[in-house]
Design a protein around this ligand. Sequence first.
Ligand code: CTP
Length: 563
Amino acid sequence: MAKPGHGYPQVVPRAEDLMHARVVTVPHRWSVDRALVRARAAGAVMVAHAKAVAPTADLERAAAWGLGRLPWTDVASTGVPAVSRSADEITVRRLLRGGASVVLVRERGRVVGAIDASPRPHGSLTSRLERPHGAQGEARLWLLLTAGKLGEAQGHAVYAVGGFVRDLLLGRAADHLPDIDLVIEGDSIAFGRRLAEEMGGHLVVHRAFGTASLEGGATPDGTGVGRVDIAMARRERYARPGVLPEVSPAGIDEDLGRRDFSVNAMAVALSPSAWGRLHDPFGGADDVAARRLRVLHPLSLVEDPTRIWRGGRYAARLGLRPDAGFKRALALALAVGEYPALSGQRLRAEHALVMDESEPWRALALLLGWGAFRLWDPSYRVTVQGRARLASARLFLRWARDAHIAVDGAELALLALLFDQSRPVADRCVRRLTIAAGMAVRIDAAAARALARRLASLRPRRPSHVAEVLRPAGESLVLGAWLAGEGKARRHIEWFLREGRAERPILSGDEVVAAGVSRGPLVGQIMARLRDLRLDGRVRTIEQERAAVAEWVQGLATKGDLG
Ligand code: CTP
C-alpha cells in the first residue's frame, strides 16, 4: 500500500502480508492424532481454533511421545490474541513482544492465518562484554576473545551461551566469576585441546556427548578464568521421557532450540568477525526484560522433567514468572506420569541444586505449589501443613546456623517435604529418590510427633530431665520433633542441641577409677551422674566434681557396692 505525502512510496505491511496462510481450523475437542491427519492432508504448518493454535511440529512431537489421544488443545497455546487482516504491523509486533507466541489473523470470525515471532534482529552485546569489572572480569574477557580467535583459526564459529548471556543481559555477571558455557559449530574436543594449550588447566573430555570441560586455566599473567564447559552445537533426540538425549551436530540456532527456557536460549558470538553479536531466535531478551519464564515448546518438560526444578530455581533466583505456556507444559509433564527413565539420583541432584541456591526455600515453595513433587510419587499431596512445614524447616535452619549447629539443609528440606505425606507415600518417595538408610528423611513422622507431644507436656524439674528424654532419640528424630512441635517442645530441643547434648564432666573416667571405683559399668554410671549435675548447674569446677565423686564413693563403700 502506498502512503500519500511522501516523495517515494512507503509500504506499511498489514497482518495479511505477515501471516502464514497454511493454517487449518479443527474443532477444539479433536485429539492430537486426528488434528494431525487433517494438518498433514492440508500441508498446514499450524492448527487453530478460535483462540487456540499449535504448530503442526508440536503435534508431531506429542504424537511421537505417545500423547496422540490427548485433546490437541493440550499442546496448543490458548488465549491467543487475534487481529483482522488489515491490522498494521506495529499492532502485531506489540502483541508478540508482549509475550504472545503467535497472533491469529481472523476474518469474519474464521481463522485465516497466523503470525509467529519471526527471528529477532541480531542485537549486539559488545559494550556489555567489554565492560569488565576487576581482574576477574578482565580475565574473563581475555578468555572470550581468545576462544573466539582460536575457533576462527580452526574454521569454526564459537559462542558463549546459556546463563552467561542471560546474566549479561540482567547485568548480573559482574560480581562473580560464573562458569562459562561455550558452544562451537565444529569439533568441540579439538577446540578444547587448543584452548587448554593456550591457557593451561585440566581438560576432561566426554567423548560420547561431544563435550569437554576445562578447569584451572589462566590468562598469561596468571589470573584464573574459572571453569569453561565446551560443547559442540548439536540437536538432541529423546528416545523416551526422562532419559538422557541422543545428540548429533547442528548449527547454533538449532542448538538453542533444544534448550530449557527462552532466557537460557541465547548465544553471543565470540569469533572476531562477529564479536558480540546476540543470537536470540526465541525472544529470550524480551523475556529477560519482562522477567518471563517461558519454555520453547509444550513438550519441553515432558522431554526433560528436571527442567521443572530448574524452572523453580530460576523463578526464585531471578524473580521470573512462569507464563501460560510454562503452566500448560507443566500440566502436561505431570499428566504423563512417572518417568521410569528418570533416576532417583537425578531427582536428588536437582534437589541439591535447589538447596544450593540463594533462595532455596522460595524455590521449594514454588515447586510445591506447581505440584512438582508428584514426580516423586503420583499420590504426593500439597497441603497447608506441608507448606507450613517448609516454612518451619527454613526457620530451624536459620536458628541452627546462628547457633553454629551443623544441619544438612538438603536433608532437612526433604524431611519437611515428606513429613506430612501418608506413610506409604513417604516410603515410596524414599524408594523413588533412592535415599540412603540412616538419613533423617527416613524417620517415622508419627514417632516425631509423639516425641514433640511428650516434650510439650513435660514438667521438668531439672534440665537433665529434658536431656534424658531427648538423648535416646537420635538426631533425626530430634529434628523431626522440632518440625512437629511448637513453642515449648522447640525450646527444649534447641536447648538440648545447643548445650544439653554436648555436656561432659571435667573429670576423666581414669580419675573416677583413681578415686576408688573399679573399672566397669559403674564408672560410666558415675560419669553420667556427674554430667547431669553439670547440666543442672549443681557442680561447676573440677573440685566440686571431685567432691561429688568422693561423696558417692564413700556412700557406696559403706554399702559395699564399689564393684
Ligand atoms: N540446559 C537445558 N536443559 C537442562 C539443562 C541445561 O536446556 N536440563 C541448557 C540451558 O540452556 C542452560 C545451559 O544448558 O542455560 C547450561 O546449563 P547449566 O550450566 O545448568 O545452567 P546455566 O545456564 O549455567 O545457568 P545457571 O548455572 O545460572 O543455573
